[in-house]
Design a protein around this ligand. Sequence first.
Ligand code: THG
Length: 368
Amino acid sequence: MKTRLAVSRRLRSTPYTPRIESLGVSDYSIVNHTILPKGFGRSVEEDFWHLCEHVQMWDVSCQRQVEIQGEDAAKLVQMMTPRDLRNAQIGQCLYAPLIDQNACMLNDPVILKLAEDHYWLSIADSDVLLWAKGLMVGYQLNVNIKEPDVSPLAVQGPKSDALMAQVFGSEVSDIAFFRFKKLDFKGRPLIVARSGYSKQGGFEIYLDDSSLGLDLWDTLWQAGEPFNVAPGSPNLIERVEAGLLSYGNEFTSENNPLECGFKKYCCFDDDLQYIGKQALLKINQEGIKQQIRGIRFDGEKCPPCASTWPLTHEKSEAGFISTAIWSPKLKCNVALGMVASEFWNQGQSVVVHCSDGSQRQGEVVLLP
Ligand code: THG
């Protein structure tokens, strides 16, 4: 029997959903209370090769924006993250951990600086809106906070520059990595960033008017026909090989940013204040006991990794894997997981205990 998802107003559809449905969506996930198309009847491997060779359009409307605007906007956004935003520029995208007072991870959004007093937090799967509103009330900050009508559409893959130039003009090629510009779409300026949840290159279009969704989709789709465009989604093989982490999978609110490898996004300068700084300083001084690593392991294609799989070394617990999949490029299974400090060095041998009962010989690798 085919299981279906009962979509309601609460599990939100997107401006692109009618096209996603007519293109034969076969799998949905739910992120930020919004449906995320994950498959179109092809295998993850087929989607992977297509993404590496051509161009795909992804409905990533579930990357919801938390808009923070007003006199205290910069202050509030800085309170929420250990990343130093003092030199952030208008037009910049910044990947940033969000932490609570205990330095526990709350989210890892891409922050867009739209103006000195205007930010979007393009969030992963947790309710940042409520945390931000709580801080606004508790600290009596002069800001407006809302989730605007913004539905990102990602164009990813090596032919994305060529496709995007057809619709937005040659200006797209001037957008640097993790920068955005406002580009005209039928008389309407849309934010277009060179970013996205893959390492194959590409853009994210932040459509801020749902009523234009089908027009935007159709225009890109038509322009993409010569480039072999296909519908797609964040690809598990590509994401693991690229070392792109996922909140709720590789790390949760149980983890701190140092365990996630986000030290480069943590500022400890005396003159920068943010929530959780004291706790984070203490963790940094004491040193962490586990950190996210890549793991390669032997054997046949592993089963889908829907929970965590234990890692051991000579009967000692060594951590766990949170995401695993067969890599057709590397011809082995590849995974991401949290590895204890005694075992986190590159080349360390570990045993992976898969959910099908098999035990596979594996090796720890550093993230790219
Ligand atoms: N795009 C946008 N919003 C998002 C995501 C996205 N929100 C949810 C989720 N993805 C957040 N997670 C990530 C994880 C990694 C990256 C982006 C968002 C990423 N990282 C690059 C890297 O690790 O090499 C670049 C980081 C940097 O240079 O700052 O792209 O995909 N809009």
